[in-house]
Design a protein around this ligand. Structure first.
Ligand SMILES: C[S@@+](CC[C@H](N)C(=O)[O-])C[C@H]1O[C@@H](n2cnc3c(N)ncnc32)[C@H](O)[C@@H]1O
Length: 284
């Protein structure tokens, strides 16, 4: 299997190369807009504990062999997922597309979401489109990465893809995702934390997410997401060294979450052993 098959966002590599070429030759680059590009180390001192929507959305507990339901799940129509799921089953859609389609069913305009590994910004952009409510200036994306190159790539993608008003709804941070709680303000209702693990496509493959820090970040994510219908979405890549171990770490963390508060599942192509796996942790 070629490298393309293993890389996250493989089909988007061409635009990234174009962006890098543009940078190298210094053309087409928009003037940087410092007021819009929030590149901060460690964010604010504020910490939050944000279980604000608890009572009305509390999950109905059920025996192990039954499917638990939350109020939000009962109310939400699931149409729209069929196409992408069938596309995935027929080998025509990527697991990242399934992830985005599931996010769409959980996230609402005005929500606050976290991109824990912003990389080249494709997930950040997808999240922004879900939350952006320009009229009320509501909706917010906290996006982070440990690599400056990744944050620049994300900023560049956002600058050319969204309006100035929408762009203001994203804050980019140069920080490790284990510290995500430092970004969250009291009152933020975090509906989604997304991880797209591994290395920066088109970047240095030795700079990648690692099982130990991923585990700490997952623990942090479980503390920040709001009860009553929120999601932690994790795309794991198995093709690079350490990738399978990291997936196992994610899987066993998910398997250990209590069933009265969480529904955890994975989407895996079993006859492509190196295919990326989507692990979804749904907070009821
Ligand atoms: C597969 S890429 C993410 C792709 C991205 N979501 C996108 O849509 O383009 C993984 C990213 O995780 C970043 N990363 C690695 N370790 C990290 C950490 N501890 N905290 C935050 N980001 C990290 C890498 O620098 C890399 O850019």
């Amino acid at each position: 299997m070629g490298v393309m098959g293993l890389c996250p966002n493989a089909c988007t590599r061409l635009p990234i190369r174009v962006i890098r070429l543009q940078r190298r030759f210094n053309f087409f680059l928009p003037a940087p807009a410092p007021s819009l590009f929030w590149l901060k180390v460690r964010g604010f001192p504020g910490i939050a504990s944000i279980f604000t929507r608890a009572a009305s959305y509390d999950a109905v507990s059920s025996p192990d062999d039954e499917v638990s339901t939350s109020t939000m799940c009962n109310q939400a129509p699931f149409s729209g997922l069929e196409d992408v799921m069938l596309g995935y089953i027929f080998g025509q859609r990527k697991v990242t597309e399934v992830a985005h389609a599931v996010w769409k069913k959980v996230v609402r305009k005005g929500d606050v979401v976290i991109d824990a590994t912003c990389g080249n910004g494709f997930d950040t952009l997808a999240m922004l489109r879900l939350v952006a409510d320009e009229n009320s200036c509501r909706g917010h994306v906290y996006a982070m990465d440990v690599q400056k190159e990744a944050l620049e790539s994300t900023s560049f993608l956002l600058d050319r893809s969204v309006s100035a008003g929408e762009r203001k709804l994203v804050e980019l941070y140069a920080m490790c995702h284990t510290k995500m709680e430092e970004l969250v303000h009291i009152g933020d209702v975090i509906r989604l934390v997304a991880f797209n693990l591994g290395y920066l496509p088109g970047g240095d493959k030795t700079l990648k997410t690692l099982p130990d820090t991923t585990l700490l970040a997952l623990e942090a994510a479980t503390r920040v997401v709001a009860p009553g219908g929120s999601l932690i979405s994790v795309v794991c890549y198995l093709g690079h060294s350490g990738g399978r171990e990291e997936f196992k770490t994610v899987e066993s963390f998910a398997a250990g979450l209590p069933i009265d508060g969480w529904t955890c599942c994975k989407l895996q192509t079993v006859n492509r052993p190196l295919a990326p796996v989507l692990v979804l942790l749904y907070r009821k």
